[in-house]
Design a binder for this molecule. Structure first.
Ligand SMILES: CC(C)(COP(=O)(O)OP(=O)(O)OC[C@H]1O[C@@H](n2cnc3c(N)ncnc32)[C@H](O)[C@@H]1OP(=O)(O)O)[C@@H](O)C(=O)NCCC(=O)NCCS
Length: 207
């Protein structure tokens, strides 16, 4: 069993990359054709609550549907506090045109010992199947490999949520296998598919 250490880095790895603590404490703004990924703000609560309260959006993620805007505010406060401490958190996924927050994407964990991290994301149902999650994930993968001394980025999805697996696949991740009853979510054990992309994958096939 691996154990992951959540650690602050105090120096760069000498390879021109940032220290993870510096990156996590000031997540960069990532711009794509249609999206701007930026750190979460207190004012995002209303937009996020509007979809995070939807049981369909929360069906396969590790959190339950938000019951109130104040729960969403607590989530944002928590993410911002992680960031202040130099720990991995999430970006708001916003539409470039309107600034509307349509989702979040970010780190489930980061391991200094293994130079690895896991990414996760969720989007408002009104914006599904338009390629937004793939656009966001590709931007995050590119940024993380460019800025951090990371060798491996993972993502996993509930087998009953194949759309998420498609997003991983379209973002250059490779499916590594099925982990049976890997997670207990909402009272049941669930099988998940594990995907990952290595730094060498990206060097061989840039996104
Ligand atoms: C999973 C999720 C992030 C996908 O976001 P999205 O913006 O719709 O993703 P994209 O549009 O980039 O790509 C979706 C792909 O899945 C495919 N897809 C959609 N429903 C599918 C299904 N039932 N079976 C197989 N593929 C499916 C789409 O056709 C598309 O693939 P294509 O481009 O080859 O046609 C979004 O559905 C979501 O937020 N769900 C709720 C939260 C969640 O489950 N997060 C993931 C946790 S691991």
């Amino acid at each position: 069993m691996f154990s992951f250490r959540w650690t602050r880095f105090l120096a760069s790895d000498g390879d021109g990359r940032m220290s993870p603590a510096a990156y996590f404490s000031s997540l960069p703004v990532l711009e794509t054709d249609r999206l701007v990924l930026r750190p979460l703000r207190r004012q995002d609560a209303k937009d996020i609550f509007s979809y995070a309260s939807d049981p369909e959006v929360a069906r396969y993620v590790l959190w339950g549907p938000h019951q109130s805007v104040s729960e969403t505010r607590s989530y944002i406060r928590y993410m911002r506090s992680l960031s202040r401490r130099g720990l991995p958190s999430s970006w708001a996924v916003t539409l470039r045109d309107s600034g509307k927050v349509i989702g979040t994407i970010g780190f489930m964990w980061y391991s200094e010992a293994n130079s690895a991290a896991e990414l996760g994301y969720s989007l408002s149902k009104s914006f599904w199947n338009l390629g937004y999650a793939t656009e966001a994930l590709r931007a995050v993968i590119r940024s993380v490999f460019a800025a951090l001394p990371v060798n491996r980025l993972e993502a996993q999805h509930d087998l009953r949520n194949p759309a998420s697996g498609r997003v991983m696949e379209k973002s250059g991740m490779k499916k590594e296998g099925i982990l049976r009853q890997r997670i207990r979510n909402k009272g049941e054990y669930v099988d998940v598919a594990l995907f990952a992309i290595l730094r060498s994958d990206l060097e061989n096939q840039p996104l």
